[in-house]
Design a protein around this ligand. Structure first.
Ligand code: GLU
Length: 491
């Protein structure tokens, strides 16, 4: 049997959109399941919008996701070059052959003229298509346009009757009426190929067997099918998967929030979480199970299933998946992942003991949904003093709160320690001294020590602060409280 070959063909016109990353993942998983070759092809024929910097970013984002390819612009392969801008001669050769056989023709219509016709057709209730204005130009008419220095594009002569059919793994046999397809552009007036033309030449030359891409390309496919027919080539199998949608049911775009792979990376979403979520979105992989590694996805993924179901993107669901992956990391792994985010906020693990680092990482890993949220632990665990939230500022000013903190401080000063059992003994003494429950005592202390009302348990935080640091925090809270009380007495 012929070896399967698939490709991911992004246009380097911006950062890698998560919808496209999902397409790349589907290709990758399909390739892994079928022992297929996976090709990365850069479709950079839109010269105004393509940028080598974007190509670099795309490649980095794919690598970060853990998606790997066998052939592409950054590695060798016998089907190269893998950038369309380096394959112009090939497209030229085929378009010349079509012109030669009068299967294609020069079109001199300007954008304004085309737009005008389009509007007129829409107004009269007809689906717009190129009306064939330049289909049968005489030599004289052509010469006149040339003399007027109009730059022509080249269009394919498409049939007016019959049907165009192609096979799609997700949609079955897809049929379009030929009459709905106008003579479409093969080469633009700037000498660059159109998407529909270049994609066919490349998929054929790169021996692609299955084209996996978003449903937004379904309407392009009859044009591509016509070209395969024109050249007498077998068309590949297609698989047009459902698109990522926003919660309003429209195609996911910037309107719905951040959409690039990099923005989720910068937020502290793990690559495995994005991958897991993309695969999950298309429908259940395995009943009752949601968390998968990339390796496990290779076994569990079904292109047919995932491709068909509507995929509504929910950031909160993605963050939940991320949290599950974070919880599965060892403290040592979490420490490595979280460090760059802490450093950005001016905090570092450098010079700290391994046991401290891992204890902190464990707390962070259990409590955050994104690595960026770990920055909130800077004031709690790394810096000299915590930052009081607005609620805490109000509550610290209350005299009952101040009394509890003060009682704790007095007892703490008798035998300062950050040892867990010493601290438990201190707390026990304070409780019985004041005749209060553990709960009554914990909240004021938590506010003094961490600056917030919720978060990880105090008995995990205190041992990570030195006795000196604990004393400093108690002092600061009491000073703040006294100061606030004085202010309110004055006013
Ligand atoms: N460059 C096209 C895109 O990014 C590729 C579509 C295809 O896979 O054929 O949408």
């Amino acid at each position: 049997m012929r070896k399967e070959r698939v490709r991911f063909a992004p246009s380097p016109t911006g950062r890698l959109h998560i919808g496209n990353a999902r397409t790349a993942l589907f290709n990758y998983l399909f390739a892994a399941q079928n022992e297929a070759a996976f090709i990365l092809r850069i479709e950079d024929t839109d010269i105004e919008r393509s940028d080598p910097e974007h190509e670099h970013q795309l490649i980095e984002a794919l690598k970060w996701l853990g998606i790997e390819w066998d052939e592409g612009p950054d590695r060798s392969g016998r089907h190269g070059p893998y950038r369309q801008s380096e394959r112009i001669d090939l497209y030229r050769k085929y378009v010349d052959a079509l012109l030669e056989r009068d299967r294609a023709y020069y079109c001199y219509c300007t954008d304004e003229e085309l737009e005008k016709t389009r509007k007129e057709m829409l107004l009269s209730g007809v689906a717009p298509k190129y009306p064939g204005t330049c289909r049968n130009l005489t030599q004289k008419e052509r010469a006149a346009f040339e003399a007027a220095r109009r730059k022509p594009c080249i269009r394919l002569r498409t049939p007016n009757t019959g049907v165009i059919r192609f096979q799609d793994k997700i949609h079955g046999t897809v049929t379009f009426k030929a009459e709905d397809i106008g003579d479409f552009v093969l080469m633009r007036s700037n000498g660059m190929p159109s998407y529909n033309f270049a994609v066919v030449i490349d998929d054929y030359y790169m021996e692609i067997t299955t084209v996996i891409r978003g449903e937004d390309h379904l309407a392009n496919t009859p044009r591509q099918a016509l070209l395969y027919r024109e050249f007498g080539w077998n068309a590949p199998m297609f698989a047009h998967h459902s698109l990522l949608m926003g919660d309003d049911g429209s195609k996911l775009s910037k309107r719905h929030g951040v959409t690039s792979v990099e923005s989720f990376r910068d937020m502290g979403v793990l690559p495995e979480s994005l991958i897991n979520y993309f695969a999950l979105l298309g429908g259940n992989l395995v009943e009752g199970r949601e968390i998968f590694s990339l390796g496990e996805l290779i076994d569990a993924f079904s292109l047919k299933k995932a491709g068909r179901s509507p995929a509504i993107f929910s950031q909160s669901r993605l963050l939940w998946v991320n949290q599950q992956h974070l919880k599965r990391k060892s403290p040592a792994e979490t420490a490595v992942l979280v460090e760059p985010f802490l450093e950005k906020a001016g905090n570092s693990f450098r010079g700290r003991e391994k046991s401290w680092v891992e204890a902190v990482a464990a707390i962070i890993g259990e409590n955050v949904k994104t690595l960026k949220e770990a920055r909130a632990y800077g004031p709690i665990l790394f810096e000299e003093l915590p930052v009081y939230s607005e609620r805490v500022r109000q509550r610290l000013a209350q005299s009952e709160v101040r009394e509890i903190i003060s009682a704790f401080q007095k007892r703490f000063q008798l035998s300062p320690s950050n040892d867990k059992s010493d601290l438990a003994a201190i707390l026990g003494d304070v409780r019985s001294g004041l005749g209060k429950s553990g709960r009554d005592i914990f909240l004021p202390l938590r506010m003094a020590i961490t600056g917030i009302e919720s978060g990880p348990e105090l008995d995990r935080i205190l041992p990570l602060l030195s006795p000196g640091a604990i004393e400093k925090r108690l002092q600061a809270a009491l000073a703040f409280s006294a100061n606030e009380a004085e202010d309110s007495a004055k006013s």
